[in-house]
Write a protein that binds this ligand. Structure first.
Ligand SMILES: O=P(O)(O)OC[C@H]1O[C@@H](O)[C@H](O)[C@@H](O)[C@@H]1O
Length: 283
């Protein structure tokens, strides 16, 4: 039995609660932000800070914020970091239930205010495919007659329970820029965490594994040659909004992206789909 119901958070934000034989999930209309995905009889695959109060107008600190139509700081400093999509209300356009999965699609209606910083004739949608894994696809269409380009990311927050006993594999051979320096070649097989980490990887293989004390999370990407690996560590945790000072011990972001030379360039009529699929690796 699959149950998809619309609910209202005590702070007013509307969300979908999904309960299926394969998983349980929560997706907020604001930002089309999934904040909970737990395969049945398993651990949660997404992390949310207990410091987040789910206020309208703020992206929720956790789950998968959608960074669109730019990633990071815009050249115009007054424009919001990571774009505007994560704080906008998306509209639910599809709920499709099959034996294998629940598919849920949201579209982003662009307001006159949004069009001032995104003046392109375009459509962006996000499709969630929920089974015992979670696949998130961010779909961009160029509906106009002129090319445009964008950067974007599915800013996934993973629960790792102890950053000191967490490592990430599947990175060797890529290169990364960190704190505006690089590119550096990734020579080690794995990344371990002993300090603030904020790497933008390019030329990255399609699958990484996050090895945690609770098991291994597999993170696969499609139409994405770049990804961001982020843990704020001690000092930045204190500065971050909607984040507890010791949250850095329990979370890690590995964000499927199209950034730097991997940005998306869409000619008239073209489409592009950035996807990430996450699951617990079965032994
Ligand atoms: O606080 P925000 O805007 O959600 O950003 C969180 C982090 O997002 C990461 O993707 C960036 O690489 C970090 O530099 C940034 O601090």
């Amino acid at each position: 039995m699959v149950n998809v119901s619309t609910k209202i958070h005590p702070n007013g934000l509307k969300y979908l609660a999904i309960d299926s034989p394969l998983c349980q999930a929560t997706i907020f209309f604001q930002g089309a932000q999934i904040t909970e995905f737990t395969p049945k009889n398993s651990h949660p695959l997404l992390w949310v800070s207990s410091a987040d109060d789910h206020q309208a107008g703020n992206g929720i600190r956790g789950g998968i914020p959608i960074c669109w139509p730019w990633f990071g700081q815009h050249a115009k400093p007054s424009w919001p970091q990571h774009g505007f999509a994560r704080t906008r209300l998306w509209s639910l356009s599809q709920v499709n239930v099959t034996d294998q999965s629940v598919q849920i699609q949201f579209d982003l209606p662009l307001s006159e205010q949004d069009k001032q910083c995104w003046p392109h004739d375009s459509q962006v949608s996000v499709l969630f495919s929920l089974s015992d894994s979670l696949k998130v696809s961010l779909i961009n269409h160029n509906l106009g007659e002129h090319p445009f380009e964008l950067t974007q990311a599915l800013h996934s927050y993973f629960p790792i329970s102890d950053i000191h006993r967490t490592r990430v594999s599947g990175v060797k051979g890529a290169q990364y820029i960190e704190f505006s320096e690089g590119p550096f070649p990734q020579e080690e097989d794995e990344v371990h965490f002993t300090k603030e980490t904020d790497r933008v990887y390019t030329q990255l293989a399609q699958t990484q594994c996050i090895h945690t004390p609770n098991g291994t999370i597999r993170v696969a990407r499609e139409q994405s040659a770049s990804a961001v690996l982020w843990n704020p560590w001690i000092d930045k945790s204190i500065r971050l909004g909607r984040f507890n000072p010791d949250d850095y011990l329990q979370m890690l972001c590995l964000e499927a992206a199209n950034v730097l030379e991997d940005k998306v360039v869409l000619q008239a009529g073209e489409s592009h789909t950035l996807s990430t699929e996450i699951s617990w690796l079965k032994n």
